[in-house]
Unconditional design. Structure first.
Length: 304
């Protein structure tokens, strides 16, 4: 036990060091392309720029006050590093494994905002207040293509009498969005995202497998423990959703990551010499590997 405690402390020290390294790098390197190209314009009022639901502007509006290029990305990196460290502490994963995984490096390098989605998932899973958990729901739905399936399947584990409390904040948010952004904003958002969302090398993995992965959609229903069902739902979404970027793999890694998960996150690079960036189309091996591991553990677990 003492050895494990010492290892855990060393992991945290190393993870904090890695986080500081990422922050320092953001001041000297040229990154944050997704932040400057999509999320900053969205926060400033360009609803067709960010490809996220319009109500997300209420959560992302602080971005509009970030410093000008190039330090806006640095501020986002600071927030992401601190946020993910705090979330890793709550979920009790190994923070070093998390921070050196390839999806985390991609998350920071591109200037993605998944720390917001991850915060929503953690709030939904761990908060004791059902109204606050509802806030977590709507935060996590900032990128519904990543979280809709796991959240809806997770709600099936909730007592029906709790659902009005859980769904109050999301319902109010959607209602107000229809008033403020117009009754057709949902259609406008879907049409824009489906026709104008650019092909991104980071989405190649999901684009190759989602037509097969969709048959895995019922698998989360095999799990009755809330954390397991949510995690499996996120894994299935990564395999069954055509708009799931590899950088967003941080969402399921936040709830289940082991040393071999880190290795699997880089395994696509073995094909880099042949396919160059297109080798990332093999990155789906990571969610599939973790999914197989969780299913195997469930099969081996003795029934009570």
């Amino acid at each position: 036990m003492n050895h494990f405690s010492r290892f855990e402390k060393l992991s945290w020290v190393a993870a904090i060091g890695a986080g500081i390294g990422l922050i320092m790098a953001s001041f000297y390197l040229y990154g944050g392309d997704d932040f400057y190209r999509y999320y900053l314009p969205f926060a400033q009022g360009c609803f067709d720029c960010g490809y996220v639901p319009y109500f997300a502007k209420w959560f992302l509006f602080p971005i509009s006050f970030f410093p000008e290029y190039p330090f806006g990305w640095s501020v986002l990196t600071i927030i992401s590093v601190i946020g993910f460290l705090a979330l890793a502490y709550i979920t009790r994963i190994n923070p070093l494994y998390f921070f050196i995984s390839f999806p985390m490096l991609g998350q920071i390098w591109l200037g993605q905002i998944d720390v917001l989605i991850a915060t929503g998932l953690v709030i939904f899973l761990f908060s004791k207040n059902d109204y606050v958990r509802g806030l977590g729901l709507i935060l996590a739905l900032t990128k519904p293509q990543l979280t809709f399936l796991p959240l809806m399947l997770s709600l099936l584990l909730e007592s029906p009498r709790l659902l009005p409390k859980l769904l109050l904040v999301p319902a109010v948010t959607i209602f107000l969005s229809l008033i403020i952004f117009g009754s057709t904003w949902f259609v406008d958002w879907i049409e824009n995202a489906s026709t104008n969302l650019p092909v991104h090398v980071w989405r190649l993995a999901s684009l190759d497998v989602w037509k097969f992965g969709i048959f895995l959609a019922p698998l989360p229903l095999l799990f009755k423990e809330k954390r397991e069902r949510l995690t499996v739902g996120l894994l299935v979404s990564a395999l069954a959703t055509p708009f799931y970027g590899v950088y967003s793999y941080v969402l399921f890694l936040l709830f289940d990551i082991k040393w071999w998960s880190v290795l699997l996150s880089y395994i696509w690079m073995l094909a880099f010499v042949i396919w160059q960036e297109s080798a990332m189309r093999l990155a789906w091996i990571l969610p599939l590997g973790i999914l197989i591991s969780m299913l195997s553990s469930k099969i081996k677990k003795p029934s009570v």
